[in-house]
Design a protein around this ligand. Sequence first.
Ligand SMILES: *Cc1c(COP(=O)(O)O)cnc(C)c1O
Length: 340
Amino acid sequence: MIDLRSDTVTKPTKDMLIFMQKCEVGDDVYKEDPTVNDLEDYVADLFGMDEALYFPTGSMANQAAIKLHTQPGQQLVCDKYAHVYHYEGGGVSFNSGVSCKLVDGKRGKITADLVKAAINPPDFYHSPLTSLVCLENTTNKGGGACYDLKTMQDIKAVCKSENLGLHLDGARLFNALVEQNYTPKDLGKIFDTISICLSKGLGAPMGTVLVGKKELMKNAMRVRKVLGGGMRQIGYMAGCGYYALQYHVDRLKEDNDRAKAIGKHLESLDYIKSVEPVETNIVIFYLIDAIEEMDFMDYLTDNNIRISQMGEGKWRIVTHLDYTKDMHEFTLDTLSNFQY
Ligand SMILES: *Cc1c(COP(=O)(O)O)cnc(C)c1O
């Protein structure tokens, strides 16, 4: 089976499992798991930020960040496609009592001008107080688009002058970092908090690290506990994440390159209406109207290929660690041979 539905389907590599077995563990709720502590120190250093905390999931890390930045009744600003708005079960309101002001960005990305226009005047007490801006890099529903450094810096300038927090949902941040000319430390200077997912393209079985400024992170342990995310001998999993950060970052370029090749290939096929620009490891495309969507899906299934339907005619392919060169060639051929 060639599973291209998401980069979350990867399984730990043999070497990752060997590394995992050798990890020292302890009770992380007492902060006594050395492997978790090492991972957190490593990520904090990598981004040049004060503190980091390991979470079971990316959603929980984002939700905790939102809680750390806001009070009930306040409002955050994000793109209309944002994961924190769409795919975290309404947690923004459930966990933090906060609403979202949705901004009409492009491919999930917003700009400083859009942020400025979305801020409610702080002395106008009829409207919710804007207190946080959330960006996503790369964008998920936006099709893997990356921010450039200048746009993020410009948004930071607005946040600074308007006294707003700035959080980055960096679930696939390393897919952007291998394409763009900025470093984790550049981002550490811009954002107050950043979440990075270890279980997407990086290939760990679970885990997200939230990294941030001390004054915000001092409550992070409490919030994680309240959300049910305090874990015990979790160093075995954190070790996989640490391993992934050592050995699986540079290879993300391979995933991005294969996704770009798939995008280019799809553009050449006459049953494809359009393909969105491919910047990282996500390909979004549309079929021409003459095709029954089920026929295309059945054809792929018969050839042991799985991809996602995103609604509104959108199809999605995501490349990852377990998608090999052979699978790639087979997939390109299979796409070429579809008859309708
Ligand atoms: C996957 C993802 C997350 C986290 O999802 P979990 O499944 O909770 O780990 C957060 N943000 C974005 C943009 C994502 O793609």
